[in-house]
Ligand binder design. Structure first.
Ligand code: BES
Ligand code: MN
Ligand code: ZN
Length: 503
């Protein structure tokens, strides 16, 4: 697909479809009025008909009239004062998805209304729209099938149209948005694949392929080595399956090399290729969703590849502990005491609280490899999705300054997080009689306790992102199909790139 940014009036750009973002209660003055006039009053007619109610992500089609595009596709932004970067990505994705099954080769997207909503930032609009259009064309139905109905059309050309003065940097920004969107789609593809397809070994092979493609260092630690090294929590989960566990470690830049912010950042993702619960087996209702429990791992693997594309050599570590949590004769039993890589003795009360076990050892290992700052991303708890739903990711931080840095990256990425407190008083609810701590606490506050457990395995500034609610959708939305969302990929990429070295 050819990607171009042009400075022109939206009605002067030849295209099959022109996408027109529209605020709530449009007034049809200025450029929108002129566009409507050239489209023979089609936009006003839509408004009079009740199509442009301003409900966010709602789309309508009109004839292009005397404009140079065959059709106009309006997409509603809602209240303009509430349009943020996330809205821009989703507006673009919704518009793209509206074209499913249509015959379209050349799409023009009128950036100006979105740039205006972002305080006149055409460069940001170009990046976020291209990212939204790239993520919007992702369709998981084609992973296992060649033919599905209403596929997204393959575009020859996407033209971003901004009126007003020439914008330096907009073309580069659009390219950057496309690369970040493609990275999110890689994460989504890996997450959506079934557990009989993506075992820990297959995930490691996929990581190896990406490492080779982008010149990353990679080490895959097998069960034997993990046992020798003392990764007792990782092995406690991994040992229950015939598909052996793999600790995937990737690096961009040199060993222990510091980035421009003097960090050796590590991103760590939960890679449970299937979570049956183990001996503490889950109910069968919706258990099929647990193939998505590897989403954190897929996210960090894709994110380090994206960073390598955008700023090769940026110091970054990615760790993806990959396991299958299964019941069987070799499985860990409730009550088993295991020794973590950092020496703590953990009383495994509930084998379904497995994510924290594999992440704990991965984070200790990241610190052994020189990490000075850690972010983990995991489908960790059902509680986070009950609390925040599918549109807000729960986040924790052991150091407020580092948490705030992650949130700066999140804002740039247009992703929504909400901070959950790490209240020390709850730690005692995880006390163990036989060991140092239990992997599941007593009493309420299980969401807070999941973060407190993980904190026991870090000594450096650390942030935990619980994507159990946001990592995948169980129904399609205007801006995304059912399945993995790619959430947090962009945040991790922005966080790492904040430390990219000049040049
Ligand atoms: N993978 C699950 C969390 C999950 C649940 C993700 C629903 C997505 C949707 C995790 O391993 C788990 O089982 N968590 C338990 C923790 C409990 C045993 C302390 C939970 O949330 O119930
Ligand atoms: Mn579980
Ligand atoms: Zn799990």
């Amino acid at each position: 697909m050819l990607l171009r940014v042009v400075t022109d009036q939206p009605w002067d750009v030849p295209a099959d479809v022109l996408i027109v973002p529209i605020m709530a209660a449009p007034t049809f003055d200025g450029e929108l009025g002129e566009l409507d006039r050239r489209a023979s009053g089609e936009l006003r007619a839509l408004a009079d008909f009740g199509e442009l109610t301003g409900k966010r992500y709602v789309t309508s089609l009109a004839s292009g009239g005397e404009t140079r595009s065959g059709r106009l596709l309006t997409v509603c932004l809602g209240d303009p004062s509430r349009v943020d970067r996330e809205t821009v990505v989703r507006v673009a994705a919704s518009a793209e998805r509206r074209l499913a099954g249509r015959t379209v080769k050349r799409v023009a997207f009128w950036l100006t209304p979105l740039a205006d909503a972002l305080g006149g930032d055409v460069v940001a609009a170009a990046e976020l729209v291209t990212r939204g259009m790239t993520e919007g064309r992702y369709d998981p139905r084609t992973i296992y099938r060649d033919e599905v109905d209403s596929v997204l059309p393959l575009l020859d050309e996407l033209i971003l149209v901004a009126s007003g003065p020439e914008q330096t940097g907009a073309a580069g920004a659009a390219e950057r948005g496309m690369i970040i969107g493609e990275g999110a789609n890689i994460a989504r593809d890996l997450s959506n694949r079934a557990a009989n397809d993506v075992s820990p070994a297959v995930l490691a092979d996929e990581a190896r392929a990406l490492a080779e493609q982008h010149g990353l260092w990679i080490d895959v630690i097998d069960a034997e080595r993990a046992t020798e090294m003392g990764m007792g929590m990782f092995m406690a989960v991994g040992r229950g399956s015939d598909n052996p566990p793999k600790m995937i470690v990737m690096r961009s830049g040199g060993s222990k090399e510091r980035d421009a912010l003097d960090r050796h950042l590590a991103i760590v993702g939960k890679g449970v290729c299937f979570d049956s619960g183990g001996i503490s087996i889950k109910p069968s209702n919706r258990m099929e969703e647990m193939k998505m429990d590897k989403t954190g791992a897929c996210t960090v693997i894709a994110a380090i590849a994206t960073v390598a594309r955008l700023a090769p050599g940026t110091p970054l570590l990615a760790l993806a502990p990959a396991v299958e949590n299964m019941p069987g004769p070799h499985s860990t039993r409730p009550g088993d005491i295991v020794t973590a890589l950092n020496g703590k003795k953990v009383d495994v009360i509930n084998t379904d609280a497995e994510g924290r076990l594999i992440l704990g050892d991965a984070m200790t290992y990241a610190e052994q490899l020189g990490a000075t700052h850690l972010v983990d991303v995991a489908t960790l708890t059902g509680a986070v999705s009950r609390a925040f739903g599918h549109l807000v990711t729960g986040a924790f931080g052991s150091s407020q300054p580092f948490y705030d840095e992650v949130m700066v990256a999140a804002d740039r990425a247009g992703e929504r997080y909400w901070q959950i407190p790490l209240i020390d008083d709850y730690v005692q609810d995880m006390d163990s009689w036989y060991g140092d701590l239990r992997n599941s606490g007593s009493g309420d506050g299980s969401l807070v306790k999941s973060g407190l457990f993980l904190r026991e395995f870090t000594t450096k500034p650390w942030v935990h992102l619980d994507i159990a609610g946001t990592g995948y959708y169980t129904k399609s939305l205007p801006f995304a199909p059912r399945g993995a969302t790619g959430v947090s990929h962009a945040t991790l990429v922005e966080l790492a790139l904040a430390g990219a070295k000049a040049g």
